[in-house]
Design a protein. Structure first.
Length: 253
């Protein structure tokens, strides 16, 4: 893979049914073909259906979570192998909603990421601080702890994505300042560099998520160490997501 190609990921969370795929064609027809990677993370129930549509080559699919083992008596769970089988190339792990609501720890995130890599999925590992830590100037130490435990050398793969998503910025219409985002991204980059070396640093993409919209996207996507975006609300409608894709495209120039 070309080093650190920009990537935009639409996380639909628990939204979307077959009937909502009617305008997805519009997205497929209009997205730029080459320059950026586009990923959609629909609910698992729609992966197979989306895969069957005529998806452009640079549009890939992602799961939103996976179990840490391959198969077995785990009612209600979905394994990395199953996501792969349904058409996913990526899987989001350690999203703050899973860390907060389902009490997922960084240790569990690491086990899930190892299983994902074993099954040929690229992990999108989310990190981010709660409001209190942000206000107490503890952002970097929180991120460092999460990275230390969530990552190991077996998880480092050429496509690995780390998503910085401040918990307080998700769905709140608030974001850190561009300077603050850049500071955290360059901190993550240094962490990768010190632990895993130059090749990993050149290939691991560090993306930002949390209230990205058409008004703030260009500024955020143009930051030196921001390799893309993880988009929630603004990825649900094809027209809104397309607008952000075009903004990312423009940020390349
Ligand atoms: P919003 O873009 O809706 O703030 O969600 C961000 C997010 O959680 C993506 O994973």
């Amino acid at each position: 893979m070309e080093a650190r190609r920009k990537i935009i990921i639409g996380n639909w969370k628990m939204n979307g049914r077959s009937k909502d795929l009617v305008d997805i064609d519009l997205l497929f027809k209009k997205i730029p073909q080459q320059e950026i990677d586009i990923v959609i993370a629909p609910p698992a129930t729609l992966l197979y259906e989306l895969k069957g549509l005529n998806t452009p080559k640079n549009l890939l699919l992602s799961g939103q979570n996976c179990h840490q083992v391959e198969s077995g008596a785990y009612t209600g769970e979905i394994s990395a192998a199953m996501l792969k089988d349904a058409g996913a190339n990526y899987v989001i792990l350690g999203h703050s909603e899973r860390r907060t609501v389902y009490k997922e720890t960084s240790t569990l995130v690491r086990l899930k990421a190892l299983e994902a890599v074993k099954q040929g999925l690229t992990p999108i590992i989310c990190v981010g601080e709660h409001l209190k830590s942000y206000e107490n100037n503890q952002t970097l130490s929180v991120i460092e702890r999460q990275l230390k435990v969530s990552l190991n050398s077996k998880i480092i793969c050429d496509n690995l994505v780390i998503a910085y998503e401040p918990v307080w910025a998700i769905g709140s219409n608030k974001t850190p300042s561009p300077e603050e985002i850049e500071k955290v991204h360059s901190f993550i980059k240094n962490h990768i560099s010190e632990r895993f070396g130059e090749h990993a640093t050149n290939h691991c993409r560090i993306i930002y998520g949390g209230s990205v919209n058409k008004n703030n996207a260009l500024k955020i996507f143009s930051l030196i160490n921001v390799d893309g975006g993880l988009i929630g609300g603004a990825s649900l409608k094809a027209t809104d997501f397309l607008e952000l894709i075009m903004i990312m495209q423009n940020s390349l120039n």
